[in-house]
Design a binder for this molecule. Sequence first.
Ligand SMILES: NC(=O)c1ccc[n+]([C@@H]2O[C@H](COP(=O)([O-])OP(=O)(O)OC[C@H]3O[C@@H](n4cnc5c(N)ncnc54)[C@H](OP(=O)(O)O)[C@@H]3O)[C@@H](O)[C@H]2O)c1
Length: 326
Amino acid sequence: MKALLCREYGPIDRLKVEEVPSPRPGPNEVVVEVKASSLNFPDALLVQGLYQVKPPLPFSPGMELAGVVTQVGTGVRNLEPGDRVIASPGRGGFAQECLVPAERVSRLPAGMDYETGSAFMLTYCTSLHALQDCGHLAPGETLVVLGAAGGVGSSAIEVAKAMGARVIAAASSEEKLAFCQALGADETIDYQTGDLRQRILDLTSGKGAEVVYDPVGGTHTEAALRATAWRGRLLVIGFASGVIPQVKLNLALLKERSLIGVYWGDWVQRDPDGQRRNVERLAEWFAQGKIRPAVSERVALADAPAAMTRLLQRKVKGKVVVVPGA
Ligand SMILES: NC(=O)c1ccc[n+]([C@@H]2O[C@H](COP(=O)([O-])OP(=O)(O)OC[C@H]3O[C@@H](n4cnc5c(N)ncnc54)[C@H](OP(=O)(O)O)[C@@H]3O)[C@@H](O)[C@H]2O)c1
């Protein structure tokens, strides 16, 4: 089978498509024929050796996928060859076949195609876990989403709207903001040209937002934190800007604000039942037409490195899907 291989941590253009042996399932594992997988920011960090996890070399990136189960290992109870599934293996999705622990596999929701399914797990599950379990976002509250046209950002817009919140989307260009509006954002802020803090205050009649979803970091974090309301919550999702901000804790004291870390990948291991419930809730919203992954590009395996580079250059909106069979 063909796989995009990372043989050494380093520049993205060293990734190459190679012929490798098909995987065989061990106990509690399944092999999935990958119909589609999707690109996430951590894939780009992983291959450069900049992520918190460093897989043994060589490996294939690709954290989430959709496809068909072809083999099941001993001990696997609820899956069999032929099942249509979505999965978050953490790596290995940019290949024609992928070995996945059975506990990381869910059924492809009814009515969902493989490309949509491949972009459904990581971003939407992160956003639902963040907004519901960590941020306790309530109907009628105002949420500010930073990096709102990106992968997790665009899912946060849809999840928050499904939860009944008002959404202010912040991003770096008019084109990206129009994309966010099409996804349901109520208001938008261009944080490249405007004053983020002042614009949030203007849009909330001086009160501030109840919750901020922050996958970007850098200077935007403090500006958004300063524009949160009494008992506002800032959800720390990631640092796509490359800068981990350092904020002064008097900002927390002054309005009883909270800074809340979100680590979906770890939470899933700690609360598999909670994760199962969240996937069911997301599948219901999908069936009701409330959420739908915003797939903006489809590429072949060999073109995944170029797409990864575009992602790092902030040139991607929504999600890029990789089709290994193309
Ligand atoms: N905590 C968790 O459980 C969890 C789960 C998944 C992902 N994450 C993290 O969330 C972050 C975003 O992931 P993603 O897949 O949504 O990425 P993405 O699709 O690339 O979106 C990131 C957004 O960040 C903004 N950005 C600002 N400065 C940037 C820079 N220097 N380089 C790249 N983007 C920049 C861009 O929007 P503008 O151009 O509009 O500024 C971009 O749309 C990553 O740090 C990832 O590791 C965390």
